[in-house]
Every structure is written in structure tokens, then in C-alpha cells.
Ligand binder design. Sequence first.
Ligand code: SF4
Length: 343
Amino acid sequence: MVNNLYLVTPRGFCAGVEMAIKALTWMLKIYDETIYCYHEIVHNDWIVERFKTKNIKFIESPEELPKNAIVMLSAHGTSPKIENEFNSLSSIQVNAVCPLVTKVHHEAKKFSEAGQQIIYVGHKNHDEALGALGVAPDSMFLVENEDDLKEINISSEKVALLAQTTLAMSEWTPIMESAQKKYPNLNMPRKSDLCYATTNRQEAVINVSSKVDVVLVVGSDTSSNTKALVSTIKNLGKESFRVNTTEEIDNLDLRNKNVAVTAGASAPDHIVQEIINKLQPNETIYFENTNETEYFPLPKELRSNITTVSNFLLELFPENKVEPVRSVNKDKQWSATEALTSL
Ligand code: SF4
């Protein structure tokens, strides 16, 4: 049993993850055929396994897609080359990329077209980094840390700096400052590439950290923003553990400690609740740092498909009064948690 438990807000699903989970659920409801999803739809083991029990197959390359199959591209973004390959093979393609990842792709395109060499701060082999680096492969350089930055040798005066959206602020800031020293004319986007969900969750755990002995971060090992939360806390000299399931807290000595609980942007809230139940706190304190209201609409191809289906139903069964615009807009009142429950 723990002493005080601080339940941190914001935690868990961000607007991009909400959109991607609901988009894949809509696809399952519209089509009878197997839906192929390029990369894990979001980086959470429980969610991926849940979709696998339905008619979803996760694939890692266009070669795995049967001709004329239906494909969805994940929230992490896809390189233009791979996207074109899927486009030529599939009958229907829906891209569930988060708009904030698309923003970084647009910046990469804009800077490379302006003749800039681009330093991209991200994690090697992460789906998001692979997708972004594919936007301008000849003019982008991946750096993971300050040593990588020291080693890059860019002769051009025209240098830009971009980032993976889910970095820890504590890993991004020193690299950005060193890059600004190394390249005094460095170009950067006006608004940081680190997304609102990443920074809000990190700021919340920084602010709660002085009240607790340990911070538990719910999320999978594949989730970059989850790992960023753990490293943010450890950098403050405080204990932090990433937990993916209730069983994983069995090995932690949390008795009589004050514990904060948060969750990465792709972690479902039912796992957080199960963990809280198991921790049996003396008292639960709700620690609200920021209130998030962001909503990202479904991908435009999917909105158009839903409208087509609704129009068809309206023509066939006018007595049911299916209103095409309303059925798409209803998505806003539906949560990803409800979508997962409906599977
Ligand atoms: Fe989009 Fe940020 Fe969520 Fe990633 S973590 S899906 S960039 S909102």
C-alpha cells in the first residue's frame, strides 16, 4: 500500500493518438476485408494486441501488402517514397499521421527546397524519425546526442534544425543550444517541433516531482514520449519507473511512499486505473497541471468515405434519416477509449 498517490493530469491519450485509434476503428466498422496497418498504429502493446484480435494486420513494408488491399498508415508519419509505394499497391489508403508530425514533414520539405542542410534531432530507427528523414533524405542528418552533433560536418552556411515531436525537453534543449553555437545562422521553425502533448506531460511531472518519492509512468517500451517522461524525472534525481502492466509493479518497493502516476500519450487509461487499484493508496490527490482540449479530425480520406457510406444509406433507407455530415462530426463526441471498448 502506498501513502499519497498523485494522479497527474494531463496524462495518457493525446489528440493524435485519439484520432489514429478512432480512425482504425472506423475502418474496421466500414470494411469487411482485412485492413493492413503500416507500423503499429500507436506505440502501445495492449492497443496493438487488441487490434490484432480483430481484422487488422500490422506490416512493416509495402512488400507485405497484398495487391489491392486496404491500408492505413500509422500516426508516426510515413516517408513520401513509402507512401507512394503503398498508394500504387492499395485499393484504399488512409493516412492517420498526426498533424503535428505532418508539420515537421512540411518544414523539412520547405527547408530542403530552400537549399538548407537539415539537422534532425531524433531517435535512430524510430518510426517517426524514419518517416521524417525520408522527406529529404539527401539533405537531412540524424543526431541523437551532442556527440553526434560534434561529428557532423556541414560546410553550407544554410543549416536548419528540426526535431522528433516526442523528445524529452532535457535532451532537446542542450542539443539545440550547442547547434546554435556551432551554426550562428541556424534556422528553426517558429514553433517548437516538440508537440504540446509531450511538453505538457513533461511539465506536469516536473511540477509534481517535489511532492513525491517515485513517479510511475504507464506506457510501452516502444513509446518515445513515455521514455522521455521517465528520463525527465530521473534527470531531477528522482526515482521513476516505466510500467506497462499491473504485474510490473510487483517488483517495486513502493510501500508507504508518496507516488505520482502519469501515462505516456499512447497508454490507455484502464491500465492506469488498474495500477491505482493495485497500489491501494491511503489518499488519492488529483494533480491537474494543464487542461488539454485539442481535437484532431479524422483523416480526410476517411471522412470522405464515411460521408459516401452515409449518403448511400440515406438513399437506401431514407426512413433512418442518416445525415452524412452529422455522422462524421459525431466523431468529436466519441473517445478513443469508447472506440476500443466497441471493438
Ligand atoms: Fe501527435 Fe504529439 Fe500525440 Fe505524437 S505525441 S501523436 S506528435 S500529439
